[in-house]
Design a protein around this ligand. Sequence first.
Ligand code: NAD
Length: 442
Amino acid sequence: MNVTLFGLGYVGSVTATCLAARGHRVVGVDTDPGKVATVNSGRPTVIEPGLDELVVEAVTCGALRATESVRDGLVDSDLSLVCVGTPSAAHGGTDLRQVERVVGEIGATLAGSVRPHTVVIRSTVPPGTVEDIVVPLLEATSGRTVGGDLQVAMCPEFLREGSSVADFFDPPFLVVGGSPAAAAAVQQLFGFLTCSVHVVQTRSAESVKYASNAFHALKVSFANELSRLYRLLDVDSREVMEVFVQDRQLNISPAYLRPGFAFGGSCLPKDVRSLLHLARMNSVDLPVLQGTLASNEMLVREVADRVLHAVEDDGGTNRRVALLGLSFKHLTDDLRESPNVALAEILIGKGIEVSVHDPVVNMAHLSGANLRYVQDRLPHLQKVLHDDPADALRGAHVAIVSSADPAVVAAVEAADPPVVIDLNGRLGDGFEALAGYRGVGW
Ligand SMILES: NC(=O)c1ccc[n+]([C@@H]2O[C@H](COP(=O)([O-])OP(=O)(O)OC[C@H]3O[C@@H](n4cnc5c(N)ncnc54)[C@H](O)[C@@H]3O)[C@@H](O)[C@H]2O)c1
């Protein structure tokens, strides 16, 4: 393809060079004359292992050149790849001025042309940027409509500095947001990659990049927080984490990474509290771990608020709410520290008539700490616990569903209450088709 790449910085210079090395004809555009001259003289604009040789080769054989002129860069171009910077603005927001300027210039240059063209945003931009800023700006400056022969895609970059050439050729995946035509153009561009390809909504493509970097930051802080505490307890955190990462079933795996409701049960809250207590005893702050408990409680309060708003928005006369699933996890009757119990407690305290069904929980079978826990928090549970989910749902304005039990799903579909809040997202398409369906975090 004839590719115009905007921004010859860390991402752009590696991308331009590697695309040229794979047979594309690439013109790099940068406002910095020094970078343009450097590329044209066959040298990389950044230090990266393996880049020097590739740049010399690409420039020598004519597959790569650079220019300061947008118009020159776009002559004969099939695709624009936007790799300009998106630095932090004041107060932590994203400064999108480089992206806006480039998109505006691309649009102005394409005005009057009927040549098919795809604009691909490779820079990291906040969710909504492409649909709310890039597309309208491109349409306004080009006078063309996005769709048909003018396409826009989001395709985030995942390379790391220091190993960027190797990462470019072996990325974790290719993520593309945009129309099928835009996605096809991006797939043609990266046709030499063997990784999996995920064509998703444009906002999801933008968001995967932030999720990845946030998770990397979280992982580093997690390991370092534990090491700060373990060092004081005479524990070798290197040995601990060496073993920890061997667990590919729960620790380094998709487990616990599905959006849903709060965690609970007899272990997670207790053991995190215990670590935080050890930290306090040793005068160490562990803000990341501390944050997990705060974040968990916040989610329970947020769902309670959504239920209360749903009831009030309806005039507040029907205050009946069905809670389908009470234990902290389905297929168990362990109610200790179940966030569903905490949710019921808050709602009852706000004058909501909560009726409960749980396919597994049976008061007659509860005993010991489990029974005491629920008796302390929901002393009248016996009166509002129904064996049949249809009974719990009768007349309810809101159904809060965490059980994926087929009888529960069927009962909710049949009752079709005005508002259904899905706490775990495992309930299936029929459920999501209900008019009142709301996901807890989607
Ligand atoms: N650096 C990384 O490791 C990395 C990895 C993945 C994603 N990203 C993302 O990629 C984007 C680029 O990052 P970077 O580190 O390469 O940035 P950078 O600052 O190194 O490079 C940006 C380049 O864009 C040029 N530029 C600015 N305005 C321009 C314009 N109007 N026209 C043409 N060129 C222009 C600058 O002169 C500079 O050379 C950012 O959104 C970043 O978040 C970076």
